[in-house]
Design a protein around this ligand. Structure first.
Ligand code: GDD
Ligand code: MN
Length: 376
Protein backbone atom coordinates (compact mmCIF):
# COMPACT_ATOMS: atom_id res chain seq x y z
CA UNK A 1 0.00 0.00 0.00
CA UNK A 2 1.33 3.46 -0.99
CA UNK A 3 -0.65 5.82 1.18
CA UNK A 4 -2.76 6.00 4.33
CA UNK A 5 -4.95 9.07 4.65
CA UNK A 6 -5.48 9.73 8.36
CA UNK A 7 -8.57 11.78 9.18
CA UNK A 8 -9.23 12.70 12.83
CA UNK A 9 -12.92 13.34 13.36
CA UNK A 10 -15.03 14.72 16.14
CA UNK A 11 -18.73 14.96 15.23
CA UNK A 12 -18.19 15.47 11.49
CA UNK A 13 -21.02 13.27 10.17
CA UNK A 14 -22.31 15.66 7.45
CA UNK A 15 -18.80 15.95 5.96
CA UNK A 16 -17.94 12.27 5.62
CA UNK A 17 -19.59 11.36 2.31
CA UNK A 18 -18.27 14.47 0.55
CA UNK A 19 -14.75 13.89 1.88
CA UNK A 20 -14.60 10.22 0.97
CA UNK A 21 -16.07 10.88 -2.48
CA UNK A 22 -13.61 13.65 -3.33
CA UNK A 23 -10.64 11.72 -1.90
CA UNK A 24 -11.63 8.68 -3.92
CA UNK A 25 -11.61 10.77 -7.09
CA UNK A 26 -8.32 12.50 -6.25
CA UNK A 27 -6.57 9.22 -5.45
CA UNK A 28 -7.90 7.22 -8.38
CA UNK A 29 -5.40 4.64 -9.58
CA UNK A 30 -3.34 4.74 -6.40
CA UNK A 31 -3.04 2.06 -3.74
CA UNK A 32 -4.42 4.05 -0.82
CA UNK A 33 -6.67 3.70 2.23
CA UNK A 34 -8.58 6.19 4.35
CA UNK A 35 -8.32 5.76 8.11
CA UNK A 36 -10.75 7.67 10.29
CA UNK A 37 -9.72 8.05 13.92
CA UNK A 38 -12.94 9.12 15.52
CA UNK A 39 -13.75 10.51 18.95
CA UNK A 40 -17.31 11.51 18.13
CA UNK A 41 -20.15 11.54 20.58
CA UNK A 42 -22.78 11.47 17.83
CA UNK A 43 -23.63 9.18 14.89
CA UNK A 44 -20.45 9.94 12.90
CA UNK A 45 -19.10 6.35 13.26
CA UNK A 46 -22.31 4.92 11.77
CA UNK A 47 -22.12 7.39 8.88
CA UNK A 48 -18.47 6.44 8.23
CA UNK A 49 -19.38 2.76 8.26
CA UNK A 50 -22.15 3.28 5.74
CA UNK A 51 -20.08 5.52 3.43
CA UNK A 52 -17.30 2.92 3.55
CA UNK A 53 -19.52 0.40 1.76
CA UNK A 54 -19.74 2.55 -1.38
CA UNK A 55 -16.25 4.07 -1.36
CA UNK A 56 -13.88 3.47 -4.27
CA UNK A 57 -10.93 3.15 -1.87
CA UNK A 58 -10.79 1.12 1.36
CA UNK A 59 -12.07 2.98 4.43
CA UNK A 60 -11.18 1.94 7.96
CA UNK A 61 -12.49 3.33 11.22
CA UNK A 62 -10.94 3.41 14.67
CA UNK A 63 -13.41 4.73 17.21
CA UNK A 64 -11.92 5.70 20.56
CA UNK A 65 -14.33 5.27 23.46
CA UNK A 66 -11.85 6.86 25.82
CA UNK A 67 -10.02 9.46 23.73
CA UNK A 68 -6.59 10.58 24.87
CA UNK A 69 -4.84 13.78 23.80
CA UNK A 70 -7.63 14.95 21.46
CA UNK A 71 -6.89 15.62 17.82
CA UNK A 72 -3.14 15.04 18.20
CA UNK A 73 -3.66 11.79 20.07
CA UNK A 74 -6.01 10.60 17.32
CA UNK A 75 -3.40 11.31 14.64
CA UNK A 76 -0.74 9.43 16.63
CA UNK A 77 -3.10 6.47 16.88
CA UNK A 78 -3.57 6.73 13.13
CA UNK A 79 0.19 6.57 12.52
CA UNK A 80 0.41 3.41 14.59
CA UNK A 81 -2.45 1.72 12.74
CA UNK A 82 -1.57 2.88 9.21
CA UNK A 83 -0.95 0.18 6.59
CA UNK A 84 1.24 2.43 4.46
CA UNK A 85 4.56 4.01 5.35
CA UNK A 86 3.57 7.40 3.90
CA UNK A 87 0.74 8.98 5.88
CA UNK A 88 -1.30 11.97 4.86
CA UNK A 89 -3.01 13.83 7.70
CA UNK A 90 -5.98 16.05 6.93
CA UNK A 91 -9.04 17.48 8.64
CA UNK A 92 -12.44 15.92 8.10
CA UNK A 93 -14.28 19.15 7.31
CA UNK A 94 -12.91 19.75 3.78
CA UNK A 95 -10.95 22.83 4.79
CA UNK A 96 -8.07 20.79 3.38
CA UNK A 97 -9.09 20.18 -0.25
CA UNK A 98 -8.62 16.54 -1.30
CA UNK A 99 -7.74 17.80 -4.79
CA UNK A 100 -4.41 19.09 -3.38
CA UNK A 101 -3.26 15.65 -2.30
CA UNK A 102 -1.75 14.55 -5.64
CA UNK A 103 0.51 17.62 -5.66
CA UNK A 104 1.74 16.67 -2.19
CA UNK A 105 2.40 13.11 -3.33
CA UNK A 106 4.32 14.43 -6.35
CA UNK A 107 6.46 16.58 -4.09
CA UNK A 108 7.27 13.60 -1.86
CA UNK A 109 8.04 11.44 -4.90
CA UNK A 110 11.03 13.67 -5.71
CA UNK A 111 12.60 11.72 -2.86
CA UNK A 112 14.53 14.42 -1.03
CA UNK A 113 12.18 15.07 1.91
CA UNK A 114 10.69 13.27 4.91
CA UNK A 115 7.60 15.43 5.11
CA UNK A 116 5.54 17.60 2.78
CA UNK A 117 3.70 20.42 4.51
CA UNK A 118 0.71 22.01 2.79
CA UNK A 119 1.13 25.66 3.70
CA UNK A 120 -1.30 28.55 3.82
CA UNK A 121 1.49 31.06 4.13
CA UNK A 122 3.85 30.21 1.28
CA UNK A 123 3.46 32.08 -2.02
CA UNK A 124 0.37 30.72 -3.73
CA UNK A 125 -1.33 29.63 -0.53
CA UNK A 126 -4.15 31.42 1.29
CA UNK A 127 -5.70 31.28 4.73
CA UNK A 128 -9.08 32.51 3.50
CA UNK A 129 -11.01 29.81 5.31
CA UNK A 130 -9.86 30.94 8.76
CA UNK A 131 -12.92 32.30 10.50
CA UNK A 132 -12.40 36.02 11.04
CA UNK A 133 -9.61 38.54 11.39
CA UNK A 134 -8.94 37.63 15.03
CA UNK A 135 -8.34 33.98 14.24
CA UNK A 136 -6.03 34.97 11.34
CA UNK A 137 -4.04 37.34 13.55
CA UNK A 138 -3.75 34.71 16.29
CA UNK A 139 -2.58 32.16 13.73
CA UNK A 140 0.02 34.53 12.28
CA UNK A 141 1.34 35.61 15.68
CA UNK A 142 1.55 32.10 17.08
CA UNK A 143 3.31 30.94 13.91
CA UNK A 144 5.93 33.68 14.34
CA UNK A 145 6.41 32.88 18.02
CA UNK A 146 6.75 29.19 17.30
CA UNK A 147 9.22 29.67 14.47
CA UNK A 148 11.35 31.94 16.62
CA UNK A 149 11.52 29.28 19.30
CA UNK A 150 12.68 26.58 16.86
CA UNK A 151 14.61 28.57 14.29
CA UNK A 152 16.47 25.61 12.88
CA UNK A 153 13.99 22.77 13.01
CA UNK A 154 11.19 24.90 11.55
CA UNK A 155 13.41 26.67 9.07
CA UNK A 156 11.97 24.74 6.13
CA UNK A 157 8.33 25.60 6.74
CA UNK A 158 6.15 28.69 6.72
CA UNK A 159 3.21 26.93 8.37
CA UNK A 160 4.18 24.65 11.28
CA UNK A 161 0.61 24.82 12.61
CA UNK A 162 -1.21 23.45 9.62
CA UNK A 163 -3.09 20.20 10.03
CA UNK A 164 -2.48 19.17 6.39
CA UNK A 165 0.74 17.25 5.72
CA UNK A 166 2.21 14.09 4.24
CA UNK A 167 4.90 12.33 6.23
CA UNK A 168 7.14 9.30 6.05
CA UNK A 169 6.16 7.50 9.24
CA UNK A 170 9.57 5.85 9.47
CA UNK A 171 11.17 9.28 9.79
CA UNK A 172 9.31 10.07 13.03
CA UNK A 173 9.98 8.65 16.46
CA UNK A 174 6.39 7.88 17.44
CA UNK A 175 7.32 7.07 21.03
CA UNK A 176 8.83 10.52 21.50
CA UNK A 177 5.63 12.35 20.55
CA UNK A 178 3.60 13.91 23.36
CA UNK A 179 0.54 15.20 21.55
CA UNK A 180 -1.74 17.52 23.47
CA UNK A 181 -4.52 19.03 21.44
CA UNK A 182 -4.37 20.41 17.94
CA UNK A 183 -0.75 21.00 16.97
CA UNK A 184 0.51 17.55 16.08
CA UNK A 185 2.65 18.79 13.18
CA UNK A 186 4.56 21.08 15.53
CA UNK A 187 5.12 18.15 17.87
CA UNK A 188 6.56 16.09 15.00
CA UNK A 189 8.79 18.83 13.62
CA UNK A 190 10.10 20.02 16.97
CA UNK A 191 11.12 16.57 18.19
CA UNK A 192 13.42 15.64 15.36
CA UNK A 193 15.07 17.48 12.51
CA UNK A 194 13.20 16.44 9.35
CA UNK A 195 13.78 17.34 5.73
CA UNK A 196 10.76 19.47 4.90
CA UNK A 197 9.14 20.13 1.55
CA UNK A 198 6.30 22.59 1.13
CA UNK A 199 3.44 23.08 -1.28
CA UNK A 200 0.98 25.98 -1.17
CA UNK A 201 -2.71 25.35 -0.62
CA UNK A 202 -5.84 27.42 -0.18
CA UNK A 203 -7.40 26.84 3.21
CA UNK A 204 -11.08 26.48 2.38
CA UNK A 205 -14.20 27.14 4.41
CA UNK A 206 -15.79 24.36 6.34
CA UNK A 207 -18.16 22.22 4.28
CA UNK A 208 -20.53 21.58 7.21
CA UNK A 209 -20.57 21.75 11.00
CA UNK A 210 -18.51 24.04 13.21
CA UNK A 211 -14.89 24.33 14.40
CA UNK A 212 -13.73 22.56 17.53
CA UNK A 213 -10.99 25.09 18.18
CA UNK A 214 -11.36 26.83 21.52
CA UNK A 215 -9.63 28.96 24.12
CA UNK A 216 -8.60 25.77 25.93
CA UNK A 217 -6.83 24.66 22.75
CA UNK A 218 -4.89 27.92 22.87
CA UNK A 219 -3.73 27.24 26.43
CA UNK A 220 -2.78 23.68 25.42
CA UNK A 221 -0.75 25.07 22.57
CA UNK A 222 1.22 27.40 24.87
CA UNK A 223 1.90 24.55 27.28
CA UNK A 224 3.02 22.38 24.37
CA UNK A 225 5.42 25.10 23.23
CA UNK A 226 6.91 25.46 26.71
CA UNK A 227 7.24 21.69 27.06
CA UNK A 228 8.86 21.25 23.67
CA UNK A 229 11.27 24.11 24.10
CA UNK A 230 12.28 23.95 27.74
CA UNK A 231 10.92 20.68 29.02
CA UNK A 232 8.45 19.99 31.77
CA UNK A 233 10.16 22.24 34.27
CA UNK A 234 9.32 25.39 32.32
CA UNK A 235 5.66 24.49 32.03
CA UNK A 236 5.78 23.95 35.78
CA UNK A 237 7.37 27.38 36.18
CA UNK A 238 4.67 29.02 34.04
CA UNK A 239 1.99 27.49 36.26
CA UNK A 240 3.89 28.61 39.36
CA UNK A 241 4.16 32.15 38.00
CA UNK A 242 0.47 32.34 37.16
CA UNK A 243 -0.27 31.03 40.67
CA UNK A 244 1.90 33.65 42.33
CA UNK A 245 0.09 36.45 40.46
CA UNK A 246 -3.32 34.96 41.29
CA UNK A 247 -2.27 34.70 44.93
CA UNK A 248 -1.44 38.40 45.12
CA UNK A 249 -4.59 39.41 43.24
CA UNK A 250 -6.84 37.42 45.58
CA UNK A 251 -5.08 38.80 48.64
CA UNK A 252 -5.46 42.34 47.33
CA UNK A 253 -9.15 41.76 46.64
CA UNK A 254 -9.85 40.35 50.11
CA UNK A 255 -8.01 43.19 51.85
CA UNK A 256 -10.08 45.66 49.86
CA UNK A 257 -13.19 43.87 51.07
CA UNK A 258 -12.04 44.68 54.60
CA UNK A 259 -10.25 41.48 55.62
CA UNK A 260 -7.05 41.56 57.69
CA UNK A 261 -3.89 40.84 55.74
CA UNK A 262 -3.04 37.58 57.51
CA UNK A 263 -6.34 35.76 56.92
CA UNK A 264 -6.36 37.24 53.41
CA UNK A 265 -2.89 35.82 52.77
CA UNK A 266 -3.93 32.41 54.09
CA UNK A 267 -7.12 32.21 52.01
CA UNK A 268 -5.29 33.45 48.90
CA UNK A 269 -2.58 30.83 49.39
CA UNK A 270 -5.01 27.96 49.84
CA UNK A 271 -7.08 28.96 46.80
CA UNK A 272 -3.89 29.24 44.75
CA UNK A 273 -2.60 25.88 45.93
CA UNK A 274 -5.82 24.20 44.80
CA UNK A 275 -5.86 26.08 41.49
CA UNK A 276 -2.21 25.24 40.83
CA UNK A 277 -2.86 21.59 41.51
CA UNK A 278 -5.58 21.51 38.86
CA UNK A 279 -3.31 23.22 36.33
CA UNK A 280 -0.57 20.69 37.08
CA UNK A 281 -3.03 17.84 36.64
CA UNK A 282 -4.43 18.98 33.31
CA UNK A 283 -1.47 20.74 31.73
CA UNK A 284 1.96 19.88 33.10
CA UNK A 285 1.58 16.26 34.16
CA UNK A 286 -1.42 15.27 32.06
CA UNK A 287 0.60 12.54 30.33
CA UNK A 288 1.62 11.01 33.66
CA UNK A 289 -1.74 10.97 35.42
CA UNK A 290 -2.92 7.63 34.11
CA UNK A 291 -0.01 5.77 35.67
CA UNK A 292 0.23 7.59 38.97
CA UNK A 293 -2.75 6.33 40.95
CA UNK A 294 -5.68 8.27 42.36
CA UNK A 295 -6.13 11.98 41.77
CA UNK A 296 -7.25 12.31 45.40
CA UNK A 297 -3.96 10.87 46.64
CA UNK A 298 -1.98 13.19 44.40
CA UNK A 299 -4.01 16.13 45.65
CA UNK A 300 -3.34 15.26 49.30
CA UNK A 301 0.40 14.97 48.63
CA UNK A 302 0.56 18.19 46.66
CA UNK A 303 -1.62 20.12 49.12
CA UNK A 304 0.36 18.90 52.13
CA UNK A 305 3.65 19.70 50.45
CA UNK A 306 2.67 23.25 49.58
CA UNK A 307 1.41 23.99 53.07
CA UNK A 308 4.51 22.54 54.70
CA UNK A 309 6.61 24.51 52.25
CA UNK A 310 4.88 27.75 53.21
CA UNK A 311 5.33 26.97 56.91
CA UNK A 312 9.01 26.15 56.51
CA UNK A 313 9.97 28.92 54.13
CA UNK A 314 9.08 31.80 56.44
CA UNK A 315 11.32 30.73 59.39
CA UNK A 316 14.12 29.93 56.93
CA UNK A 317 13.72 33.42 55.54
CA UNK A 318 14.01 34.87 59.04
CA UNK A 319 17.17 32.80 59.65
CA UNK A 320 18.76 34.01 56.44
CA UNK A 321 17.98 37.64 57.22
CA UNK A 322 18.69 37.76 60.95
CA UNK A 323 21.54 35.28 61.36
CA UNK A 324 23.19 35.20 57.93
CA UNK A 325 22.56 38.95 57.37
CA UNK A 326 21.40 38.50 53.78
CA UNK A 327 19.24 41.40 52.52
CA UNK A 328 15.60 40.45 52.93
CA UNK A 329 14.56 40.65 49.27
CA UNK A 330 17.56 38.60 48.17
CA UNK A 331 16.85 36.11 50.97
CA UNK A 332 13.22 35.84 49.88
CA UNK A 333 14.35 35.22 46.31
CA UNK A 334 16.72 32.47 47.48
CA UNK A 335 13.97 30.73 49.43
CA UNK A 336 11.56 31.01 46.50
CA UNK A 337 14.04 29.54 44.03
CA UNK A 338 14.94 26.73 46.43
CA UNK A 339 11.26 26.06 47.10
CA UNK A 340 10.55 25.99 43.36
CA UNK A 341 13.24 23.38 42.69
CA UNK A 342 12.22 21.22 45.64
CA UNK A 343 8.56 21.51 44.62
CA UNK A 344 9.31 20.48 41.05
CA UNK A 345 11.39 17.47 42.08
CA UNK A 346 8.76 16.47 44.61
CA UNK A 347 5.94 16.57 42.07
CA UNK A 348 7.85 14.97 39.20
CA UNK A 349 9.32 12.14 41.28
CA UNK A 350 6.71 11.53 43.92
CA UNK A 351 3.26 12.98 43.25
CA UNK A 352 3.24 11.79 39.64
CA UNK A 353 5.45 8.74 40.10
CA UNK A 354 4.28 5.80 37.98
CA UNK A 355 2.47 3.27 40.17
CA UNK A 356 2.47 0.43 37.68
CA UNK A 357 4.74 -0.68 34.89
CA UNK A 358 4.83 2.17 32.41
CA UNK A 359 2.08 1.75 29.86
CA UNK A 360 2.64 1.49 26.10
CA UNK A 361 3.71 5.12 25.89
CA UNK A 362 6.64 5.53 28.28
CA UNK A 363 6.05 8.31 30.78
CA UNK A 364 9.42 9.55 31.94
CA UNK A 365 9.41 11.03 35.43
CA UNK A 366 12.10 13.54 34.58
CA UNK A 367 12.00 16.42 32.13
CA UNK A 368 12.27 15.02 28.66
CA UNK A 369 15.16 15.85 26.39
CA UNK A 370 14.06 18.92 24.52
CA UNK A 371 16.38 18.74 21.59
CA UNK A 372 17.81 22.06 22.71
CA UNK A 373 21.31 20.91 21.88
CA UNK A 374 20.31 20.47 18.27
CA UNK A 375 18.81 23.93 17.99
CA UNK A 376 20.47 27.07 16.81
N1 GDD B 1 -10.42 12.40 16.74
C1 GDD B 1 -10.55 13.70 17.06
N2 GDD B 1 -10.55 14.05 18.40
N3 GDD B 1 -10.66 14.63 16.11
C2 GDD B 1 -10.81 15.93 16.46
C3 GDD B 1 -10.83 16.36 17.80
C4 GDD B 1 -10.70 15.36 18.81
O1 GDD B 1 -10.71 15.63 20.02
N4 GDD B 1 -10.98 17.70 17.81
C5 GDD B 1 -11.05 18.09 16.52
N5 GDD B 1 -10.97 17.02 15.71
C6 GDD B 1 -10.99 16.96 14.25
C7 GDD B 1 -12.18 17.68 13.63
O2 GDD B 1 -13.30 16.82 13.56
C8 GDD B 1 -11.63 18.03 12.26
O3 GDD B 1 -11.70 16.95 11.38
C9 GDD B 1 -10.16 18.31 12.56
O4 GDD B 1 -9.86 17.64 13.76
C10 GDD B 1 -9.87 19.81 12.72
O5 GDD B 1 -10.74 20.35 13.67
P1 GDD B 1 -11.51 21.72 13.43
O6 GDD B 1 -12.50 21.89 14.51
O7 GDD B 1 -12.02 21.80 12.03
O8 GDD B 1 -10.33 22.72 13.70
P2 GDD B 1 -9.94 24.05 12.96
O9 GDD B 1 -10.40 24.09 11.55
O10 GDD B 1 -10.31 25.15 13.83
O11 GDD B 1 -8.33 23.88 13.01
C11 GDD B 1 -7.64 23.30 11.96
O12 GDD B 1 -6.88 24.25 11.33
C12 GDD B 1 -5.79 24.72 12.10
C13 GDD B 1 -5.06 25.72 11.30
O13 GDD B 1 -5.67 26.94 11.37
C14 GDD B 1 -6.77 22.13 12.42
O14 GDD B 1 -6.26 21.47 11.28
C15 GDD B 1 -5.61 22.54 13.23
O15 GDD B 1 -4.75 21.44 13.46
C16 GDD B 1 -4.88 23.59 12.46
O16 GDD B 1 -3.84 24.08 13.27
MN1 MN C 1 -11.62 22.95 10.46
Amino acid sequence: MDLTVIVPTFNEGPNVAELVGRLGAALEGRDAEILFVDDSTDDTPAIIASVATTSTIPVRLIHRDEPVAGLGGAVLEGFRAARARWCLVMDGDLQHPPEDVPRMLDRAAVGDVDIVVASRYVTGGTAGGLAGATRTAVSRASTALTKSMFPRKLHGTTDPMTGFFLVDRDAIDLDALRPRGFKILLEILARRQLRIGEVPFAFASRYAGSSKASFTQGIRFLTQLAMLRFGRMSAFAVVGGVGALANLAIMWGLIHLGMGYLPAAIIASEVTIIGNFLLLEYLVFSDMRADSGLMRTRFIKSFTFNNVEALVRIPVLALLVQDAHIPSVLAAAITLVAAFIVRFVFHALWVYAPKSQPSATPSPALPQPTGRTLES
